[in-house]
Write a protein that binds this ligand. Structure first.
Ligand SMILES: Nc1nc2c(ncn2[C@@H]2O[C@H](COP(=O)(O)OP(=O)(O)OP(=O)(O)O)[C@@H](O)[C@H]2O)c(=O)[nH]1
Ligand SMILES: [Zn+2]
Length: 526
């Protein structure tokens, strides 16, 4: 048959019209539901699948084009090449209309069943918030994984360095330390701010991931580590912490710059197990904790994130929200199984992030000394046969952020840094003195199976009240030892004590508050 064959011509014409009508139908369906029903035709293959080769994928920059990528190597000044690459990638990434929101009664939408607090993973169901074609119609969660890091993911996809279809391989990532189910996992109001099954997702939702092809992701990861802090080296040198070869190890000899073994004391390192926990909010439970209605909570979250999550309003049937906030980290010292064993002594510190002090050693507050002291107390408790737990929350500057915190510092230093004005300075700028709302904080303790706390290394009445009200008694509280308070942070400690923070000794009067003065602006420069 030649190309001019009339029969072949007819068949080709029919095939063409069939293809056109299939595409038209598909487009109509997508427009109707607002949801693409199949991956974009020019999308890259999911690794391990035999689709088109990655080299032809307009979603990703090839290794050679990466080097020349105007986005990476020079400002996006709108060159013709950039425009074309962008347009092509945008079309490939987002072939359908912009999907601004969804509605419960929309054609094709069927959230995957999820029953918060159910005791069997199969009944509880996986949290699905993926917008990949394989999962979008079955989403049962609003928002995106990874908290605030979801924005970096969006950037990577837009720049072509990450394929949105990348399928994670979770083999060999399972927890080396078990955090097994506890009765609290099966109570829908005990844990409402993260997914208690988050570290077991690849195991308990294997069927959904492998057989149903759903994009279900872990929101918790558990691992093991050694930690080394110069402050703890010093404590060990003073003989206040002993090397036991189990929790406290002697660090291997250091090396001199010429590679020979150094005679210097290498100090110690601490063995620990740790878990990183991303936020996954069960909205009815979160609303209940704060004593507000779910509707009000949804509306506030919608409005004050710049209208970022319209489904908070249009999808009352979806009860899960993955908020764009920081995660928490748990450090466990000693035997992890002892956390749930009431007969074992337990020491706890709950700490909120203070980058200035924790990492950079700023002396305006007591954060780092208190944190290090708490780790040492946890270690001592573990060495006595108990277990120690430190929970670190990314809630910088009392959840007001570092910018607000530095503005407060400036005001304090310019306005006369006395303890009586300490909280007022924050209020003047932020409108409140604290935005941490400790009501969600105890979730992590219930997740770990903690039922009572013997030693609480914190002076905070807010932390204390939240934990005790959640049903976990605290037997003893510690304040920070006097010798660990840097002079410039005396203002903070006295203001806290006056505001109701716990103190075992010092009582602070009105007169004391005026007398407790921090370093002046001028002194800061010397
Ligand atoms: N906004 C503001 N935040 C501050 C200031 N000083 C410290 N912070 C923040 O306060 C928080 C202190 O948290 P934590 O170390 O958990 O201490 P706490 O809740 O006050 O109570 P303790 O458990 O007794 O230490 C951190 O998030 C700091 O970044 C300040 O002057 N203004
Ligand atoms: Zn601090």
């Amino acid at each position: 048959m030649s190309n001019n064959d009339p029969v072949l011509g007819q068949i080709l014409a029919q095939l063409n019209s069939l293809q056109v009508s299939q595409q038209t139908l598909q487009a109509k369906l997508d427009a109707l539901t607002g949801i693409p029903t199949s991956p974009p035709r020019n999308a890259i293959p999911i690794p391990g699948r035999q689709d088109s080769p990655t080299s032809q994928n307009p979603l990703l920059l090839s290794p050679t084009s990466l080097g020349r990528n105007p986005i990476v190597s020079s400002p996006p000044s709108g060159t013709r090449e950039l425009t074309n690459i962008d347009k092509e990638r945008e079309k490939a990434l987002y072939p359908g209309r912009v999907l601004l929101t969804t509605y419960p009664d929309q054609h094709g939408i069927k959230p995957y069943p999820l029953q918060w607090g159910a005791s069997e993973p199969a009944t509880r169901g996986p949290v699905i918030c993926s917008r990949l074609p394989s999962s979008i119609k079955q989403r049962n969660a609003i928002g995106a994984h990874s908290g605030s890091y979801s924005i970096y993911r969006a950037l990577s996809i837009a720049m072509g360095t990450l394929s949105p279809f990348h399928k994670p391989d979770y083999s060999k990532t399972e927890p080396p330390v078990p955090i097994p189910p506890q009765p609290s996992w099966f109570n829908p109001s005990k844990i409402v701010s993260f997914d208690p099954w988050g570290h077991l997702v690849p195991q308990v939702f294997k069927r959904e991931i492998e057989e149903l092809g759903l994009d279900v992701r872990p929101s918790i990861a558990v691992t093991k580590a050694h930690i080394k802090l110069s402050e703890i080296d010093e404590t060990a040198r003073r003989g206040e912490i002993t090397v036991d070869g189990r929790i406290v190890l002697r660090t291997r000899p250091l090396r001199n710059p010429d590679g020979t073994e150094s005679d210097a004391d290498p100090g110690v390192e601490i063995t620990t197990s740790k878990a990183a926990v991303e936020p996954v909010w069960y909205l009815p439970g979160v609303a209940e904790r704060f004593g507000i209605s779910e509707n009000l909570l949804r509306r506030a979250l919608f409005e004050d994130t710049g209208g970022m999550y319209p489904e908070l309003i249009t999808r009352p049937d979806i009860k899960i929200f993955l908020p764009p906030i920081g995660n928490l980290t748990v450090y466990i010292f000693g035997n992890h199984e002892d956390m749930a064993d009431e007969s074992k002594e337990l020491t706890l510190r709950v700490h909120d992030e203070c980058n200035g002090s924790d990492v950079f050693g700023s002396d305006i507050c007591t954060c780092k000394p208190y944190l290090v002291f708490a780790i040492e107390e946890c270690v001592r408790c573990a060495q006595r046969g108990g277990v120690g737990v430190v929970v670190y929350f990314r809630k910088e500057g009392r959840a007001l952020g570092e910018v607000t915190k530095y503005l407060v510092y400036n005001l304090r230093k310019r306005g006369g840094d006395t303890a009586d004005k300490y909280f007022r300075a924050t209020e003047l700028i932020a409108g409140v003195k604290d935005m941490r709302f400790q009501a969600l904080m105890p979730d992590v303790l219930h997740w770990l199976g903690i039922k009572k706390i013997d030693n609480m290394v914190s002076m905070s009445d807010m932390k204390y009240d939240a934990i005790v009200q959640s049903g976990i008694p605290i037997l003893k509280r510690y304040d920070i030892p006097e010798h660990l308070i840097p002079p410039d942070s005396r203002v903070e400690i006295d203001a806290k004590i006056a505001a109701g923070y716990f103190t075992s000794g010092k009582k602070v009067t009105e007169v004391d508050l005026i007398k407790t003065v921090g370093r002046t602006w001028e002194e800061t420069e010397h």
